[in-house]
Design a protein around this ligand. Structure first.
Ligand code: PHE
Length: 384
């Protein structure tokens, strides 16, 4: 009888824990910081193909941690950042997150940049009830993984539409698309661009490649044959350099344009092949607002270089997470999750940020032009 009673109490107890944690898709109940530190996990591509994504994001996050700890920490505790390198690989992203949760008992996780890796590792965070905040994964499906998954950036339905509207504004009547079909982000952005461009002009060519390809001549030759006004290339910076060089060699002189995946110090170093090209991005470091200029100055002082978009989104995501922990009043996963969901007008360096009911951030997008190794802001657009 006593045993039965105990079993009953335990069941109700664990039910309560489950209910207070993240609710859908069999999520666990998360973790709680009990010591003098708050363990926060970060997973990212510190090495591998897209290393600038992980390194820049980490620099931004580390700056946020340093500033927050120097100012006394959060809830009287210091932030302890634990960083795992996923080597730009999807399966490594999954094991990185498993380690952070099971070994390090983190209460929340920052990452990833690449949507493909956020999608894979997000499932693990959801299962354990650990809130995950991606600084810059833009594919809509990322936050659809479950109610523990948040992002501190806009989504690609908006980004693709803005790209299409920009093409129309430039009077580009014939567009070619070149998509990385091995990349969820690239495929999604191409899809939303196509939808947005409908009725605005002709899609004269729709070509694809796979992440890691080095030779784009066949696709580019076909594109050249259709004589487009511009080429939309929603891939990562790792491919854009090769694509642009080969395109110019083949005599394609029209502008290429893309999305935030172009953002990297490497893109600015491409030289004349990228002059006159455009991409949509999270921010421009020339944005005069004081909060952004302070971050740019602090970042330069620490790292001796300008922050790119990933550094800035990394910083803002970390600051948002620390603010959510403060608002939660307790450093446990469940309360942090609720506080993240209730974010309204958080003063991010790039402007006020609100988290919508689908756990996405409402934020403006900027269009940048590349000229002589510099990004020139063309326009900033706020979502309706
Ligand atoms: N938005 C891209 C993705 O979802 C990642 C990215 C963010 C790339 C910011 C560059 C800058 O995959």
């Amino acid at each position: 009888m006593r045993h039965l009673l105990l079993a009953g109490v335990l069941t109700i107890g664990s039910l309560g824990l489950l209910l207070s944690g993240c609710k859908d898709k069999n999520s666990g109940h998360g973790a709680e910081a009990t010591g003098s530190e708050i363990p926060i996990g970060e997973y990212g591509s510190m090495t591998g193909d897209t290393a600038t994504f992980g390194q820049s994001t980490h620099n931004g996050i580390q700056l946020a941690v340093d500033q927050t700890n120097a100012a006394g920490g959060v809830l009287g505790k210091q932030i302890k950042l634990i960083t795992e390198d996923d080597q730009s690989k999807t399966d490594e992203a999954v094991s990185a997150v498993q380690k952070l949760i099971n070994r390090d008992k983190v209460v929340a996780i920052l990452g990833e940049v690449a949507s493909k890796r956020s999608l894979a590792a997000g499932g693990v965070c959801q299962k354990y009830g650990i809130p995950m905040l991606s600084p810059s994964s833009t594919n809509p499906a990322v936050t659809q993984v479950g109610d523990c998954i948040f992002r501190a950036c806009f989504t690609d339905d908006f980004q693709g539409l803005v790209g299409a509207q920009f093409a129309a504004k430039r009077n580009w009547k014939k567009i070619a698309i070149l998509t990385d079909v091995n990349n969820d982000y690239s495929k999604g952005l191409a899809k939303f661009f196509r939808q947005g461009y409908e009725g605005k002009g002709d899609l004269v060519s729709d070509e694809s490649y796979r992440e890691g390809d080095r030779d784009f001549k066949a696709q580019l030759t076909r594109i050249k044959g259709t004589n487009p006004d511009a080429v939309y290339a929603p891939g990562y910076y790792t491919d854009i350099g090769l694509i642009l060089r080969q395109a110019r060699e083949l005599g394609i002189t029209v502008p290429f344009f893309g999305g935030d995946g172009w953002d990297s110090p490497d893109t600015l170093k491409l030289g004349s092949v990228v002059d006159g090209c455009f991409y949509t991005n999270h921010c421009s470091i020339d944005d005069p607002r004081p909060s952004l200029q302070k971050l740019v100055a602090d970042y330069r002082a620490k790292y001796n270089t300008d922050p790119d978009a990933m550094a800035i989104t990394g910083y803002d995501a970390a600051m948002l997470l620390f603010d959510a922990i403060k608002r939660a009043g307790h450093a446990n996963s469940s309360d942090i999750k609720t506080a993240l969901a209730n974010t309204k007008d958080f003063p991010a360096s790039t402007g006020p940020m609100t988290i919508d009911p689908n756990r996405n951030a409402l934020k403006p997008i900027v269009i940048l032009e590349i000229e002589h190794g510099k990004q020139i802001p063309v326009e900033s657009i706020t979502p309706q």
